[in-house]
Design a binder for this molecule. Structure first.
Ligand SMILES: NC(=O)c1ccc[n+]([C@@H]2O[C@H](COP(=O)([O-])OP(=O)(O)OC[C@H]3O[C@@H](n4cnc5c(N)ncnc54)[C@H](O)[C@@H]3O)[C@@H](O)[C@H]2O)c1
Length: 354
């Protein structure tokens, strides 16, 4: 599908950003923010998990272009990279369910896609920011997890670990190019949530909210005592933009995540409160054994994920500005606009020191 579909870009004097995976959940929010910053933006996407609805509000903008195509298509990627000043590489096969369902295609996208972007960037000396993941910490038990910590991945007989291994490979590749002089920054996103994320690929917050809104019991895997930290997608985007603006970020890896930890059982209770449904907990939440949630096996859950964000904070002064309750309000309001609260003004952003 290597077609240049929507509008051709008008601006020649503007800085130009290419977002691979730009019609996805995070990519579409990043596109909006970059347009607001004055960039002309191209989104490259094959629409496997992304969709046109995510960017439909942008297609009328002369500074936005959506290109349908695959990130592993080296000729297309080379042509696009040549036309841009910076690449945000977000295209990936994402989500444990998708990885387990199609491990070979996921591997192709998550490794060859990154190589294709970096080779193009090296030919045209273009800056690249690579999206990695907290999954690379694997089963590490110590928290919070810091960028220089040792990692503990599970064995290759469990496909679940291929996502982490591929993303780790992406980081190795990116840092190798950085050592050769290419400006490359890697960032490890912890659980990122908010409007436009779908629950189809196993993402927990939209899955729980959708179940609550449909009056179904909220499915919680295991006993629900595993804990995570959820970051609002708009906070994640601000962190990525600050890394892009910081010359000292080049050649490094950064955690991006919230430090507000919650168990999945408590998350389900907070979703129930956000949606406003009444009833007994045992009727509202269904604790589901892992073998039932992942019948093919090959799944090992992580007990606890919590990032140490001191590295990005000390370089860029970034910190999350929204809480888990803000996130749940926004996710519910997207589905039921009548439940949307009046907008609350956030404090003005703190300028970063680089
Ligand atoms: N959402 C999270 O919590 C989270 C956590 C850690 C890391 N990440 C990383 O952030 C990035 C964006 O994730 P997201 O949550 O927005 O998921 P997403 O699925 O919405 O975004 C991925 C996008 O890439 C596109 N894509 C997939 N394969 C492609 C290919 N071969 N060629 C072109 N486009 C392709 C998809 O259509 C989709 O639009 C990914 O790299 C992911 O690994 C996300």
């Amino acid at each position: 599908m290597a077609t240049r579909t929507v509008s051709q870009q008008s601006s020649t004097a503007k800085r130009r950003a290419l977002i691979t995976g730009g019609a996805g959940f995070i990519g579409s929010h990043l596109a909006e923010a970059l347009l607001e910053e004055g960039y002309a933006v191209t989104a490259l996407d094959n629409l496997t998990t992304g969709c046109l609805e995510n960017v439909e509000q942008l297609v009328a903008d002369d500074d936005f272009e959506l290109v349908g195509g695959d990130v592993t298509d080296e000729l297309l990627v080379d042509e696009l990279v040549r036309e841009h000043d910076v690449v945000f590489h977000l295209a990936a096969a994402v989500g444990v369910k998708l990885i387990l369902a199609d491990p070979i295609e996921s591997f192709r996208t998550n490794v060859l896609g990154t190589e294709s972007v970096l080779r193009g960037a090296a030919r045209h000396d273009t800056k690249v920011l690579i999206a990695s993941t907290s999954e690379v910490y694997g089963k590490t038990v110590a928290t919070p997890q810091s960028e220089d910590d040792d990692v503990l991945l599970g064995p290759s007989c469990y496909s679940r670990w291929s996502y982490a291994a591929c993303k780790m490979l992406d980081e190795f590749l990116g840092l190798a190019y950085a050592r050769e002089g290419l400006p490359v920054v890697c960032f490890r996103l912890f659980n990122t949530v908010g409007p436009r994320q779908t629950g189809h690929y196993g993402m927990v917050v939209p899955r729980l909210v959708d179940a609550a809104l449909h009056g179904d019991p909220l499915p919680v895997h295991g006993d629900g005592s595993q804990s995570r930290c959820f970051l609002h997608v708009c906070d994640a985007v601000q962190a990525i933009l600050r890394l892009n603006r910081s010359p000292r970020a080049v050649g490094q890896v950064f955690n991006i995540g919230s430090t507000e930890s919650v168990t999945i059982a408590d998350l389900a209770r907070r979703v129930i409160a956000a949606v406003g449904i009444a009833g007994h907990e045992e009727d509202l939440i269904r604790f589901m054994p892992y073998e039932e949630a992942y019948p093919g096996g090959g799944f090992e859950d992580i007990r606890c994920r919590q990032p140490d964000t001191s590295k990005i904070r000390s370089l860029t002064r970034w910190r999350p500005r929204r809480t888990l309750d803000d996130i749940l309000r926004d996710v519910v309001a997207e589905r039921v606009p009548a439940l949307a609260p009046a907008p609350v003004a956030l404090e003005p952003s703190i300028e970063m020191a680089v």
